[in-house]
Write a protein that binds this ligand. Structure first.
Ligand SMILES: [Zn+2]
Ligand SMILES: [Zn+2]
Length: 264
C-alpha cells in the first residue's frame, strides 16, 4: 500500500512538472508566433526564448557573411586587399568631412540582401540585430572617441512618408539604447530630395549631396557626434551630413554603418 502511495505521489509531481513545462512551452510558442524573430541575414524564423534580449543570428549565416576585417582603411574603414596599405585610394585622394568611419559587414551577398529587406521589406526588427553587432564590435571605439550623441542620416520628408520610417533612425535608436547615448533624430534635416544615387556619376553624386543636409537650429552644443547609416559606398552621404554639422560648430564627427563597399 505504502509503495503504491509513494509511486502515486511521485507520479503526481512528475505530472505537475510536465504540465508546467507544457504550459511554459505553450506560452513561448504563442509569443514566438506573435513576435517571431527572424535572422537578419537569411530571414528564416529563429527560435529563441522570449526572455532573451539577444537578437538571434544563425551560426551558418555568421560564417557566410563577410565581416569587415583588418586590414582596413584608417579613415573610412573599408576593407583593403593590400596588407601594407593605410588608406584606400579614395581617402588618399580626397579628404572627408568626418574623422573616422567603421562598418560591420561588406556590402554584398547576405548583408546586401538584409539591408534591402530592412529598407523595402519592413523588417524594422533587424535594426536591433545590427545595433547589437555594431556595439559588440565597436563599443570600445565609440567610448574612446568620446561620442556624446548618436545622429542618424535623415531621409527627405517625402521619402520618409513613402517608406513610413527611416532605417538609419531605427539602427541609431537601438545603438543609443544599448550604449546609453542620446539619439538626436531631428538634429539633421535632409532639405533637398536627392535623386537616386545610381543614376549619377561620382562627381554628380558628391554635388548632389553637398547641400542636401542642414542642421536644425544654428549652433550645435556638442563636439563628438556619431553619424549612423545602413550603407556606406563612396562616403558622399556621410560627408554631406558631416559638413553640415561642421558648419554648425561640431569638430569631431565619426561615421558608423552596417555595410560598406570594398576599398582599393
Ligand atoms: Zn540566418
Ligand atoms: Zn578609405
Amino acid at each position: 500500500m505504502r509503495e503504491n502511495f509513494g509511486t502515486a505521489g511521485f507520479c503526481g509531481i512528475v505530472e505537475l512538472g510536465k504540465e508546467h513545462m507544457r504550459f511554459n512551452f505553450q506560452v513561448q510558442s504563442v509569443l514566438h508566433l506573435l513576435y517571431p524573430k527572424r535572422c537578419p541575414l537569411c530571414d528564416r524564423v529563429v527560435y529563441t526564448p522570449f526572455w532573451s534580449r539577444e537578437y538571434p543570428i544563425c551560426q551558418a549565416c555568421r560564417e557566410q557573411v563577410e565581416y569587415v576585417r583588418e586590414p582596413v582603411c584608417k579613415i573610412c574603414g573599408k576593407p583593403l586587399t593590400d596588407e601594407r596599405g593605410e588608406l584606400c585610394q579614395d581617402c588618399a585622394r580626397h579628404p572627408h568631412a568626418f574623422l573616422q568611419g567603421k562598418a560591420l559587414w561588406v556590402y554584398r551577398g547576405l548583408a546586401r540582401e538584409s539591408v534591402y529587406r530592412l529598407k523595402y521589406g519592413n523588417r524594422r526588427e533587424y535594426g536591433l540585430a545590427y545595433a547589437q553587432e555594431l556595439v559588440r564590435r565597436y563599443g570600445d571605439w565609440i567610448r574612446r572617441s568620446r561620442i556624446e550623441a548618436v545622429v542618424p542620416i535623415p531621409l527627405h520628408r517625402k521619402r520618409r512618408r513613402q517608406r513610413g520610417y527611416n532605417q538609419a533612425e531605427i539602427i541609431a535608436g537601438e545603438i543609443g539604447r544599448l550604449t546609453g547615448l542620446p539619439v538626436y533624430r531631428q538634429l539633421l534635416v535632409r532639405c533637398i530630395p536627392t535623386r537616386p544615387q545610381k543614376e549619377l556619376n561620382d562627381r554628380e553624386r558628391k554635388n548632389n549631396l553637398k547641400k542636401a543636409f542642414k542642421v536644425a537650429g544654428n549652433k550645435v552644443q556638442l563636439d563628438h557626434i556619431l553619424l549612423v547609416d545602413d550603407i556606406y559606398t563612396t562616403g558622399s552621404t556621410m560627408d554631406g551630413a558631416a559638413e553640415a554639422l561642421r558648419k554648425a560648430g561640431v569638430s569631431h564627427i565619426y561615421a558608423l554603418s552596417v555595410t560598406i563597399g570594398r576599398g582599393y
